[in-house]
Every structure is written in structure tokens, then in C-alpha cells.
Design a protein around this ligand. Structure first.
Ligand code: HEM
Length: 407
């Protein structure tokens, strides 16, 4: 057997779609092995899918975005037809599962809401919320960092982004908490019900903003035009919910992984607390390190070469972002957290036309969190075993017992 055959055989034996694979550190070792094949591999049996673990191959797919569709869904499902049916319900209407040119139109309509004034307001609010949450949690008692801090930060910031009135904020934050963050990637009945409630709330909010416009994203959706016609209520509601979904779990996982990472890299934590590195550089490296979006999915729309292989029209292509972010050909000592890393061209938020619309917000939240932790000079102490989420789509923790002790 040639070396390539050996890699192909290794890739086909690992079920990368299995959510349980991601409850430990094993994926990092698997990705390292797959990267060293030096070319895209196939996995998943028949019909299977392409596996892009090297930075160069991930970037090549993103760069050729017009030759790949997002409309078959965002992630590998254990059951392909069920996953495709679920995606079909939102394809062409919800930003993340819509292809250009319609995608560009919806994106422009939502992006129009991100005015400099709004961004300043969000920054102030995010800083205040991060300080309040860290101060409240830093009692020296054992807390679940996921529940007390990491989940609350994005839920509160998103209320500000989409323009939830003050009177509704507790309700929306609680429903958001209930909707996201199960112990596995499969939603429980409570989570499904909470999502339905969030949809209803988005419907109510968009209707409200038609009557009472304000400087927020729900108003932008209510007044948007797509391809010259007003955006329908359904598309506005789907995208309002899309923002809530896109912004919650990912940022929660980035924040909780941050706490654990600081705990395991005391030299970097000391640099940050001593002011020798800034929160911007720290947040960027923590985003590379945590890579909460585990993979994204595309379907090739025509035959093409990616690296040394031919991807045929109709084939599934998976991009493993966490692996690309640890590619030794691009990042020196990739498994080391290094706040001084420059450049830091991570793909945590993807690349190209679907580049994360909330990246500025996620960066703002992470910066605010590390600044609050550093300014309060807290010591982070482990108080139990953190539990990883069982999901092939998102990487992060469902619980993290620790204590924040103020100096
Ligand atoms: C798209 C990751 C935070 C809203 C994406 C994509 C990635 C990503 C990888 C590209 C998906 C693809 O290529 O198919 C993350 C991570 C975050 C984060 C790791 C936090 C650390 C947020 C926040 C929001 C948000 C806070 C909302 C305010 C979106 C939306 C898209 C998107 C709407 C779709 C963009 C498009 O299709 O044009 N995100 N995201 N994300 N994200 Fe985020």
C-alpha cells in the first residue's frame, strides 16, 4: 500500500460525523494525522464526503466560493436526507444556507443596520455586561462558568443587537438559554420548544419594529428590500432567528474555552494581567485556539481541482476549521497559545462571502471578557471536570466548574 492509500484508509475508518468523537481531545490527533497526508481525503463510506483539514485546502474552497453551494445545509448529519430536508426549509431564505447573488442581497440588507453609532453602543454595553458578569461570578465560590458567564454574555449582547425592548429582555435571555446548550448536539424537547418560542418572539419583534422603528437589526430586517422587493415577514423572521442562533452558542463556547485555556497557559495569563499584551491580541489568539465552529459543509456545483484532487459536481466537501487553525504549515507551534502571534490568519469565522457576519461582535465580546478578567486580576481555579459538548458542528463545553478568586 502507498502512503496515500494508508491515509485514505485511515480517513474512511474514522466517523468524523459522530458527535461523540468530539467529547475528548482525540480530534486534534486525528486532524494532525489527516493533515500530514498533504492532500484532501475522502471519508464517510458511500456516498462519502471530502475532508479538508489543511489550511491551504480549506482556504482554496472558500476562495472558490461561487463553485460551492451552502444550500444543502451547514453541517454533516448522521442522516444525510434528513439533514438536506431540514436545510431545504431555509435554503434561499436564511443567510447562511443561501447562495449568491440572493445571499449577497440579504447580507447587504442586514449589514446596513451595523452603523458606527450602533457599534459604539454595542461596545459600551458589551463592556458593561462582561464586567457585571465577571464581578458577580468572582466570589471565590465554585460556579459553572458556562452557565454563569459564558452563556449570559452573548444572550444579553444579542438582545441589544436585534433591539429587544427592555421589558422583554429577561424573557428572551431565559428562552435563549433554554434553546441552546444541551449536553449533546441533539436538541431536547425543551430546546425545540424554546426555539419555537424564539421564532414566535422574532415574528412579534419584526412586526413591532415595522410600527416603531429603532436603530437595531430587527428594524433593518423589517424595512429591508431584497432584489427590489420588500423582504417578506418569513425571511425577516428566519434571519432574525439566524442571528440569535449564530451568535449564541459559538460565542458561549469561545468564552468558556477562554477560561479553561487561561487556566492551562498561566504564562500567557500573567502577560495579559500584567498588561504586557493587549486584549485584542489575546482575544484573537483565543479565537484561533478555541475554534468553536468545528466544520462547515459545502456541495460542489461543478467539477474542479482542489489541491491535488478533483472534486466532482454534487460531492459534499467538509472544511475542518479547528484543524486549519492548527496547521503547522501556517502557524508556528500551533498547539501553543501565544498572545504575541503575528500574523494570526485564523479561519475561526470562515472566509469569503459567508465570512461570519457577527465576527465584530464576537471579537468585542471576547475582548470585553478577557479585559474584565484581567482588570479584576482574578485567579482561575479548577473545581471539577469540565464536560465537552457532543457535537460534530460546534466545539466547546456544556459545563465548567471553577472558581474566580479576586486578588
Ligand atoms: C457565519 C463562526 C459569532 C452570525 C459564520 C461562519 C462561521 C462562523 C465559521 C461561516 C459559515 C460558513 O462558511 O458557512 C462564528 C464564531 C463565532 C460567531 C466562531 C463566535 C466566536 C457570531 C455572532 C453572530 C453570528 C455573534 C451574530 C450576531 C453569523 C451569521 C453568519 C455567520 C448571520 C452567516 C453569514 C453569511 O452566510 O453570510 N459564523 N460566528 N456569528 N455568523 Fe458567525
Amino acid at each position: 500500500m502507498t502512503t496515500t492509500d494508508e491515509w485514505l484508509s485511515a480517513a474512511s475508518e474514522i466517523d468524523l460525523a459522530d458527535p461523540l468523537l468530539y467529547t475528548g481531545e482525540r480530534p486534534e490527533r486525528i486532524w494532525r494525522t489527516l493533515r500530514s497526508a498533504g492532500e484532501p481525503l475522502r471519508a464517510g463510506g458511500d456516498p462519502g464526503y471530502w475532508v479538508m483539514t489543511r489550511y491551504e485546502d480549506v482556504a482554496a474552497v472558500y476562495r472558490n466560493g461561487s463553485l460551492f453551494s451552502s444550500e444543502k445545509g451547514m453541517q454533516l448529519g448522521l442522516d444525510r436526507s434528513a439533514a438536506e430536508a431540514a436545510a431545504e426549509a431555509a435554503a434561499g431564505r436564511m443567510l447562511i444556507v443561501t447562495d449568491d447573488p440572493r445571499h449577497a442581497e440579504i447580507r447587504r440588507a442586514i449589514g446596513a443596520a451595523f452603523t458606527p453609532k450602533m457599534l459604539r453602543r454595542l461596545e459600551d454595553r458589551t463592556t458593561a455586561v462582561a464586567h457585571r458578569l465577571v464581578a458577580g461570578a468572582a466570589t471565590g465560590e465554585t460556579i459553572d462558568f458556562v452557565e454563569e458567564v459564558a452563556a449570559r454574555l452573548p444572550a444579553t449582547v444579542i438582545c441589544e443587537l436585534i433591539g429587544v425592548p427592555d421589558a422583554d429582555r429577561d424573557h428572551v435571555t431565559e428562552t435563549t438559554q433554554a434553546a441552546f446548550g444541551g449536553a449533546t448536539g441533539d436538541p431536547t424537547a425543551t430546546q425545540v420548544a424554546a426555539h419555537a418560542e424564539l421564532f414566535d418572539y422574532c415574528d412579534h419583534l419584526v412586526t413591532l419594529k415595522r410600527r416603531e422603528p429603532a436603530d437595531d437589526v430587527a428594524t433593518a430586517l423589517a424595512n429591508a428590500t431584497v432584489e427590489g422587493t420588500p423582504m417578506s415577514q418569513e425571511v425577516a423572521v428566519l434571519n432574525c432567528h439566524g442571528l440569535i442562533s449564530g451568535g449564541n452558542e459559538t460565542t458561549r463556547h469561545a468564552s468558556s474555552t477562554t477560561a479553561l485555556t487561561l487556566l492551562t497557559a498561566p504564562d500567557q495569563w500573567d502577560l495579559l494581567r500584567a498588561g504586557q499584551v493587549g486584549p485584542d491580541d489575546a482575544a484573537e489568539e483565543l479565537l484561533r485556539f478555541s475554534s468553536p465552529a468545528n466544520h462547515v459543509l459545502r456541495v460542489a456545483t461543478r467539477d474542479q481541482r482542489i489541491g491535488s484532487v478533483t472534486v466532482s459536481a454534487g460531492e459534499y466537501v467538509t472544511l475542518w476549521l479547528g484543524s486549519a487553525n492548527h496547521d503547522e504549515d501556517v502557524f508556528d507551534a500551533p498547539d501553543r497559545l501565544r498572545f504575541s502571534r503575528h500574523p494570526n490568519r485564523h479561519v475561526t469565522f470562515g472566509l469569503g462571502s459567508h465570512f461570519c457576519l457577527g465576527a465584530f461582535l464576537a471579537r468585542m465580546e471576547l475582548r470585553a471578557l478577557v479585559r474584565a478578567l484581567a482588570e479584576m486580576g482574578v485567579t482561575i481555579e479548577p473545581r471539577g471536570v469540565p464536560h465537552r459538548l457532543a457535537s460534530n458542528f460546534l466545539r466547546g463545553y456544556t459545563s465548567m466548574p471553577l472558581a474566580l478568586i479576586r486578588r
